[in-house]
Design a protein around this ligand. Structure first.
Ligand SMILES: NC(=O)c1ccc[n+]([C@@H]2O[C@H](COP(=O)([O-])OP(=O)(O)OC[C@H]3O[C@@H](n4cnc5c(N)ncnc54)[C@H](OP(=O)(O)O)[C@@H]3O)[C@@H](O)[C@H]2O)c1
Length: 239
């Protein structure tokens, strides 16, 4: 059965998992609103795609920008909160400002998006909210203190909202991937290396997103954890 076309908001739409999700959902006939800062990484002339440029880290101005967006896109059916970045190191290597900005992007912006759009979804008595967490939301690890904290916070938010929203017909899910081959690692001093067994593809995470979006209305997939066959962390050579 072909499911009817929906309007889906995706953050982190210009790259990696979010970009792949946009491509798949557009291909499946949905309308997609993408949020990112730089869409030159995803030139897309599909009429069903609306790119919106917002810096999600700018949390002081974010509520106003999101309220404006919600007014123009009031009938959203699903939201995929995917934007985020990795920053790793021992806590003392972070400045106070770096701690705040990583939490702002990886957690506060997700909470603000949920805060803005949940009243709309609740009023519709239907909707799907998907957070992209991480394996770092499941256990803390060395050099991941702030990244893990941001992802634990997203997972706590997702679990609490799952409980809070079910009576209003809104489902909330979180996907926790292990290492995914994407631009995420471009600026990091480590990666998964080249072996295929060491990484997920963005498409693998998009399969999980599609599974949640296409689930029967009364069926909630609370959480999906997926990881590559081998868990390998390789330092990049220093030039
Ligand atoms: N790759 C992995 O191994 C992995 C594993 C587990 C979880 N995750 C999570 O999956 C999510 C997506 O990661 P990815 O692998 O797809 O990484 P990616 O390829 O680097 O994509 C990150 C996306 O977030 C957007 N973004 C970053 N900063 C932003 C800002 N200030 N305002 C608005 N958008 C911003 C980027 O767009 P612009 O730069 O154009 O703004 C981009 O579209 C992240 O939350 C990440 O933590 C990734």
């Amino acid at each position: 059965m072909k499911l009817s076309a929906r309007k889906i908001l995706i953050t982190g739409a210009s790259s990696g998992i979010g970009r792949e999700a946009c491509k798949r959902l557009l291909n499946d006939g949905h309308q997609v609103i993408g949020i990112a800062r730089d869409f030159s990484k995803f030139p897309c002339d599909d009429d069903a795609f609306t790119p919106i440029t917002i810096d999600l880290e700018a949390v002081e101005t974010l509520p106003k920008q999101l309220q404006t967006l919600a007014k123009t896109q009031s009938n959203v059916d699903a939201i995929v909160c995917c934007a985020g970045r990795g920053q790793f190191g021992s806590l003392e290597e972070f400045s106070y400002e770096q701690i705040r900005s990583l939490i702002d992007l990886n957690f506060i912006s997700q909470a603000f998006i949920a805060r803005t759009f949940l009243p709309i979804l609740k009023q519709q008595q239907s909707g799907t909210l998907i957070f992209i967490g991480s394996e770092a939301a499941l256990r803390g690890s060395r050099k991941g203190s702030i990244y893990c904290a941001s992802k634990f916070a997203v997972r706590g938010l997702a679990q609490a909202l799952r409980d809070e929203c079910s009576k209003s017909g809104v489902s909330v899910s979180i996907i926790n991937p292990g290492m995914v081959k994407s631009e995420f690692f471009d600026e990091l001093p480590f990666s998964h290396g080249d072996e295929e067994d060491n990484y997920l593809l963005p498409e693998d995470v998009v399969d999980a997103i599609a599974l949640i979006i296409n689930a029967r209305g009364s069926n909630v997939i609370d959480e999906i954890n997926l990881s590559p066959l081998k868990n390998v962390v390789q330092s990049k050579p220093v030039n």
